[in-house]
Design a protein around this ligand. Structure first.
Ligand SMILES: CC/C=C\C/C=C\C/C=C\CC/C=C/CC(=O)SCCNC(=O)CCNC(=O)[C@H](O)C(C)(C)COP(=O)(O)OP(=O)(O)OC[C@H]1O[C@@H](n2cnc3c(N)ncnc32)[C@H](O)[C@@H]1OP(=O)(O)O
Length: 280
């Protein structure tokens, strides 16, 4: 098999420069299979692929690269065997500097718009727990394959932060209004098998390599389809959600900064971080 490694995350400290562009990925690697034209984006920010500002910036760059280089498909998965992504970096949300949190949430919106609205066919291989922002990442792809015995969902209700409109829209569009309401209002985390039951994921498999094969199978289904027509159809199918969120994005982000900065939410976040520290 002919693999061209556009970028490789080696250990945790080494920076590897892509030779096709000037982008440096330290939190993920992007590898193109030249035979199939399908690239794999492997998230590699130990220990839990939390979405820091830097992580979101690299994710945005990788999605941009997949569109610019006209990949036939993009598979998002994790290098960790236990966690796909723990979601937003709670340290970015706890006691935030007012400019930084504004920029952070804007960056999150930007990367979501890029991924959700990209013409490249996308699939997520969820080979570990996928919490809140991690679930959003998977839901923004077109197809989801999940390895068994993990948890996925949006736990904001348990963290004490409201579920933001972007997260709600994605959940609703995949599992429908009633299932989304039931899950989001209590911060439900689904097992892989339960997620399959409500349509949150499309397939459940025994391991990552089987998951990658299933995702490749989904993406190969577009081989005979015009990429341009497909890309436009995807945009049309998703445009209602995008249009509404673009229209209100500044209003949403300012409101969220206000909510996140409030005493009550900061106290809840502090308690959540403390619980995580003490669980060991
Ligand atoms: C138009 C648009 C409109 C709107 C604007 C846009 C955006 C709106 C945005 C925001 C609103 C707020 C929304 C937030 C959504 C989120 O994503 S909040 C994050 C929620 N995530 C969690 O609560 C995950 C918590 N983590 C876990 O449950 C477990 O860690 C996990 C099951 C993932 C893995 O378990 P395990 O393997 O046992 O690992 P540990 O628990 O031991 O963790 C290892 C270390 O990692 C640290 N850590 C875990 N999660 C996070 C995290 N999310 N951020 C930062 N750090 C994390 C943990 O503390 C351990 O650290 P230590 O080793 O102790 O130093």
């Amino acid at each position: 098999m002919a693999f061209r490694t556009k970028n490789l995350f080696e250990k945790t400290t080494k920076l590897v420069r892509s030779y096709s562009s000037d982008k440096i990925y330290t939190h993920m690697s992007l590898t193109l299979n030249e035979q199939t034209g399908i690239a794999t984006l492997e998230l590699a920010k130990p220990p839990v692929n939390s979405m820091s500002f830097g992580f979101l910036s690299q994710l945005a760059a990788a999605v941009q690269q997949s569109e610019a280089d006209k990949y036939k498909g993009l598979i998002i998965t994790s290098r960790s065997s236990g966690v796909f992504s723990a979601g937003l970096d709670l340290k970015e949300l706890h006691h935030p500097d007012s400019d930084r949190i504004l920029n952070y949430l804007r960056r999150l919106q930007d990367v979501w718009f890029q991924l959700y609205d990209c013409s490249t066919p996308t699939a997520a291989v969820i080979n570990g727990h996928s919490i809140a922002g991690g679930c959003l990442l998977a839901l923004s792809c077109e197809y989801r394959v999940m390895v068994n015995s993990f948890k996925i969902g949006m736990n904001e209700a348990l963290v004490g932060v409201p579920v933001s409109p972007m997260f709600i829209a994605c959940m609703q569009s995949v599992i429908g209004q009633w299932e989304a309401e039931k899950a989001l209002l209590v911060g439900r985390l689904f097992t892989s098998e339960e997620a399959l039951g409500v349509g949150l994921v499309d397939e459940v498999v025994g391991g990552k390599s089987e998951g990658v094969c299933k995702a490749e199978g989904y993406l190969a289904g577009f081989r005979e389809v015009s990429a341009r027509a497909r890309g436009l159809s995807k945009r049309y199918l998703r445009q209602e959600v995008v249009r509404d969120l673009v229209r209100r994005r500044e209003e949403d982000v300012k409101k969220l900064v206000e909510i996140i900065s409030s005493r009550g939410v900061q106290d809840s976040l502090g308690e959540h971080l403390e619980r995580m520290k003490n669980k060991k």
